[in-house]
Ligand binder design. Structure first.
Ligand SMILES: [Zn+2]
Length: 87
C-alpha cells in the first residue's frame, strides 16, 4: 500500500537520476549480449583446454567435467551448445 504512494512522490525528483542511469546501462548491456550471441555464452559453462596432441582444441564442461572437441575453428561450439541444451 505504502509503495504506490511513495513511488508517486519520489518519481518527480529524487529517484529520477539513479533510475535513468541504471536503465540506460542495462539496455546497452542487453544489446551487447544480443549481438555477441550465444557463442560466448557457452564459455560460462565450459573451460577452454586448448589444443591437444592432435592440434584439436578441447573444452571441458564445468558441470560434469566431460571433454569435448570444441573451441577451435574446426569444431566451433555447436557440440558444447548441444550439451548445454540437455540441462
Ligand atoms: Zn556437462
Amino acid at each position: 500500500m505504502d509503495d504506490s504512494i511513495s513511488m508517486e512522490v519520489d518519481g518527480g525528483n529524487i529517484t529520477q537520476n539513479p533510475e535513468n542511469m541504471e536503465r540506460s546501462e542495462m539496455e546497452e548491456d542487453i544489446k551487447k549480449k544480443k549481438t555477441k550471441a550465444v557463442t560466448s555464452d557457452v564459455w560460462r559453462y565450459f573451460t577452454k583446454l586448448g589444443p591437444g596432441d592432435d592440434g584439436i582444441d578441447r573444452a571441458q564442461c564445468d558441470g560434469c567435467k566431460q571433454k569435448f572437441k570444441a573451441g577451435g575453428k574446426q569444431y566451433g561450439t555447436s557440440s558444447l551448445k548441444r550439451h548445454l541444451d540437455r540441462f
